[in-house]
Every structure is written in structure tokens, then in C-alpha cells.
Design a protein around this ligand. Structure first.
Ligand code: MV4
Length: 514
């Protein structure tokens, strides 16, 4: 095992990697920008080095500088986390050329999956089902129309260099194709510096289900089951779970074998994820492979009982995986809510400010993977994801009630967050039945994001309730103690269905500050 690892990231994933290293007995070197001088990852690492000004283009994305810091600090390896440099083949190659280990896949595997058309070609040769479409970019609108007519409209134009939804256009009729192709090419050129666009049949209303894979340098490639990631908005996932209600053990085995075949075709090593669309008939189609550890990896860790980030380091150091495929059956149900500094009642507008007060949920089956603390300044330089709240329970229904309980325990004052949105999702009957597709969130946005009531009414109610609670305490009789059992039961029943009343919330707040 390495004795020292440089963590080329910030926020919750930097802390996640640092924790994995600490448990492995590996020293860590953090890097940070001027905006992150007081960030938790800087404090928790054994060493920390300032790498530049706040913009990531001048700090977390300056690969040469990070490699230089790793070499000077005596680290043997670099963990890129997700985002930033994690899927840049040139960086993986530069790390290796510097005599360091990139804790991730070989540069060649990143390249093989980086071009979506080349990836389609590669996995088709390995017998992997893909959506009907091309494995080369289209030349012009006439060619695109001819291809579209072979499998019928609607079709989807996608950037060959893309992924994650950029440069995509749905086209419902031949007459719309030329304009859509031109704008997709423009967007692809701007986003990726490459205007190549290819064409696929558009699958309506599918689920997004992905398979975690883990491979070592000894030829072992395993899959660790699926994650259901359909609750997303504008290609940003909000909630993920493992397993998926739509995946039977038999389907899991087939999709898992498909993901392993795709990984093998790419010469994959380390942790990676194959993304699939799963349609209403149970047909699945490979979309792309994410060649990094993903944000949502904890739900897999909880149901499969292993530490993926530790295994990333162990296979990068040359260790062989000691598992067999039959060792992996999901146990219970895990769910993750991404806690972002966005205002759901205001179109998920990013919210900035200082975390004035932070109270974290704890108790049975609750995990908090966060990157913030009281006093943290939330700006606009980086991703708005502050933390992930993850729960594990025996069944999906229990995971939902556990998540609801944990979300209620959470207090983040100082910035708007996605907390209330997550509570609405947990209470939604479609979600509770697991009856969701990739369009579900956007189709239900108004009920999931409507403000509870106007803020001034809430403020006045809270002040009134705090005064009531204060009077009750002075009189020496708590509300709960003097209420009869049937009214307490009625309240508990109402709480389960609608959340606590303003009176309960205010009472709790007033007791906390006394
Ligand atoms: C699709 C699709 C429907 N049909 N391809 C979105 C991001 C990129 N990974 C591929 N994506 C999609 N490809 C065909 N042929 C629908 C999506 C899609 C999607 C996929 C996964 C998760 C969320 C999504 C949201 C919108 C569209």
C-alpha cells in the first residue's frame, strides 16, 4: 500500500478519500484554492498545499501543479475524486509519466470510453446491447434524416465527445432535424471543442439504472449491482438508491454481466460505472461508462458491505480482489439525497452565504458524507452539492421513513438547501411506489418545489410558538407531559403524514437555544 496519497479534489469527496486513507493507514496531502483555506478537507489531511486562486481553472484543474505537489511531498499516488481532473486521460497519463499512480482507470480506458461513438463501437463488439443508432458522427442533415427513418422518430442527437446530457437534442420529425443538428453541433463545439454529433433512437420514459464495476490488475472484473438514479433534474441526479425496484435478481445478473463485458472490452481497472436506460418492458441499453468513482457510490457500499474508495487504492497498489461474484447480493435498501445549496422554491437557484448553524442527523442507519461545517462560506466557485445524506434500512419503505426522519433532524441555517424538496419526494405516493422515470421530477416540479407558505407567516408563527414554549417551561409543565394520550396519538399521526406543525418546530427551536 502507498504510504502517502495526494487528494486532488475538495469538499465532501476529498474528505471521503481522506477518511478511506486514514483507515488504510495512508498519509494524505490535500490541495486547496484560496477560497478553501479554511475548508474541512484542508484540516483533516496530514498536509495541505495551496495551489492557486479560487477559480478551479487556476487551482483544482492545474494538473501539472498537482503532480509537482505530489512529487515534492513524497506521495506515491493521486486520487482525483469525481469531477475536476478525474476523467481527463491526459492527466491520468501525466501522473503515470511522472512515476506516480493514478487511483483510477488506465488512461487508455478513459480514452476508450471518452468518445461516445467509439465506446458504442467497442461495446457492440463485446455483445453489449446499445440503443439503435450510429457509431459514427453524422455528416449532414440529409444523412441524419435517412438514418432516422430506418428506426423512426423521435430520435436523439448526441455529442460524440459528450456525456452527461450536453449537446443533446430530441427530434420528433424530419422537418426539425436540420435546425436541431446545427444547434447540437454548436453546443458540442462550445462545450467540448468538437462538433461531432451522432444519432440514436429516443427512448421515451425509461429509468436510469447504472451498474457499479470493480476491476483489479489481475484480470478480475466484478459487478456490484445497480443503482437507481432516475430522480434527476437537468441531468443532475438528486436522489439515488440501491437496489432498484425495477431490477430482479435475474435482470441484475444479466445487466451485471453486460457491464463486466463492457469493462473488459475497455481494459478497465479500478472502480467504474456503466450507465443504462431501462425501458418499461425491461429492455436495457448501454449508454456510457463513467470512468471514475461516482457521487452516489455510498448506496452501493451500504448494500454490498465494502468500502469502494479503499478498494480503489488497494487495486491501484496492485492488490488482487479477494471476492467472487457470488459474494455480492444486495442486503437491505440504501438511499441517498444530495444536499445542495440551491433554493427549490426559486428554480433551484444557487444560494450563497455562510453556514451559520449546522445540526447533523445521526442514529441508526444514517451516514453523512459532507464537506461543510458551521462557518463554511458557500460561494459560486464550485459545485453546489454540500453533502450527501445516506440511509440504510432493511426494506425500501423503511429506508424512506428513515430518510424522512434524518432529513427532519437536519438543520442548515445560512443558505437555502434542497432539504425541503427531498422531504416532499419522500412523501410523494409515486416515489413511495417506486413508480418513477427520468422525467418524473421535471413532470412533478411544481408540487415538489412549491414554498410551504410565505416566509413572514412562518417567522411570526415561530416567534409566537417560542413564546408559548417559554411560558410552558416557566409554568413547569411541558406540552407533551400535559397532553392526553389520544391527542398525542393524533399529533403523531399527523406528523407522519404532513410533517411537524409550526408549534412543534418552534418549541424544539426554543428549547435548543435555552
Ligand atoms: C438517452 C435518452 C433517451 N434515449 N438516449 C442523458 C445523459 C446521457 N448520459 C444520455 N442521456 C440520455 N440518453 C436515448 N437514446 C435519455 C437520456 C436522458 C437521461 C439519461 C439518464 C439519466 C437522466 C436522463 C435525463 C434525460 C435524458
Amino acid at each position: 500500500m502507498f504510504s502517502k496519497v495526494l487528494v486532488a479534489n475538495r469538499g465532501e469527496i476529498a474528505l471521503r478519500v481522506i477518511r478511506a486513507c486514514q483507515e488504510l493507514g495512508v498519509q494524505t496531502v490535500a490541495v486547496y484554492s484560496e477560497a478553501d483555506a479554511r475548508a474541512p478537507h484542508v484540516r483533516e489531511a496530514d498536509e495541505a498545499v495551496l495551489v492557486g486562486p479560487p477559480p478551479s481553472s487556476q487551482s483544482y484543474l492545474v494538473g501539472e501543479r498537482l503532480i509537482e505537489v505530489a512529487l515534492r511531498s513524497g506521495a506515491q499516488a493521486i486520487h482525483p475524486g469525481y469531477g475536476f481532473l478525474s476523467e481527463r486521460a491526459w492527466f491520468a497519463r501525466a501522473v503515470r509519466d511522472a512515476g506516480l499512480v493514478f487511483i483510477g482507470p488506465p488512461a487508455e480506458a478513459i480514452d476508450a470510453m471518452g468518445s461516445k461513438t467509439a465506446a458504442r463501437q467497442l461495446v457492440i463488439s463485446a455483445g453489449v446491447p446499445v440503443v439503435p443508432g450510429t457509431t459514427e458522427s453524422v455528416r449532414d442533415a440529409d444523412e441524419a434524416i435517412a438514418i432516422a427513418e430506418t428506426f423512426g422518430f423521435p430520435v436523439l442527437l448526441k455529442a460524440a465527445a459528450g456525456g452527461g446530457g450536453k449537446g443533446m437534442r430530441i427530434v420528433r420529425a424530419a422537418s426539425e432535424l436540420a435546425d436541431a443538428l446545427a444547434s447540437a453541433k454548436r453546443e458540442a463545439q462550445n462545450a467540448f471543442g468538437d462538433d461531432a454529433v451522432y444519432i440514436e433512437k429516443y427512448i421515451e420514459g425509461p429509468r436510469h439504472v447504472e451498474i457499479q464495476v470493480l476491476a483489479d490488475t489481475h484480470g478480475n472484473v466484478l459487478h456490484l449491482g445497480e443503482r437507481e438514479c432516475s430522480v434527476q433534474r437537468r441531468h443532475q441526479k438528486m436522489i439515488e438508491e440501491a437496489p432498484s425496484v425495477a431490477v430482479s435478481p435475474e435482470l441484475r445478473a444479466r445487466m451485471g454481466a453486460t457491464a463486466v463485458a463492457a469493462a473488459r472490452a475497455a481494459g478497465y481497472v479500478n472502480a467504474g460505472t456503466c450507465e443504462f436506460l431501462l425501458d418499461k418492458d425491461g429492455q436495457y441499453y448501454f449508454l456510457e461508462m463513467n470512468t471514475r468513482i461516482q457521487v452516489e457510490h455510498p448506496v452501493t457500499e451500504l448494500v454490498m458491505g465494502l468500502d469502494l474508495v479503499q478498494w480503489q487504492s488497494r487495486v491501484a497498489a496492485g492488490e488482487a480482489l479477494p471476492f467472487a461474484q457470488k459474494d455480492f447480493t444486495p442486503r437491505g435498501w440504501a438511499m441517498e439525497c444530495r444536499i445542495t445549496s440551491e433554493d427549490p422554491s426559486n428554480g433551484f437557484l444557487p444560494s450563497t452565504g455562510r453556514i451559520e448553524y449546522l445540526h447533523l442527523p445521526t442514529g441508526p442507519g444514517v451516514r453523512w458524507d459532507g464537506g461543510i461545517e458551521s462557518g463554511s462560506e458557500i460561494g459560486l466557485h464550485y459545485d453546489p452539492m454540500l453533502a450527501k445524506l445516506i440511509v440504510h434500512a432493511p426494506t425500501r419503505a423503511l429506508a424512506i421513513s428513515r430518510m424522512r426522519r434524518a432529513l427532519r433532524e437536519l438543520t442548515i441555517d445560512g443558505v437555502e438547501t434542497s432539504r425541503s424538496f427531498h422531504l416532499r419526494v419522500m412523501d410523494h405516493p409515486d416515489f413511495q411506489r417506486g413508480d418513477i422515470s427520468i422525467q418524473w421530477l421535471e413532470q412533478n416540479l411544481s408540487v415538489l418545489t412549491a414554498p410551504a407558505t410565505d416566509r413572514e407567516s412562518i417567522r411570526l408563527a415561530a416567534i409566537a410558538a417560542a413564546l408559548v414554549a417559554h411560558e410552558e417551561r416557566r409554568a413547569g409543565s411541558g406540552t407533551a407531559a400535559t397532553r392526553d394520550a389520544s391527542s398525542a396519538a393524533r399529533d403523531a399521526d399527523r406528523d407522519r403524514h404532513r410533517g411537524p406543525s409550526w408549534r412543534d418546530v418552534a418549541r424544539r427551536e426554543s428549547l435548543r437555544s435555552s
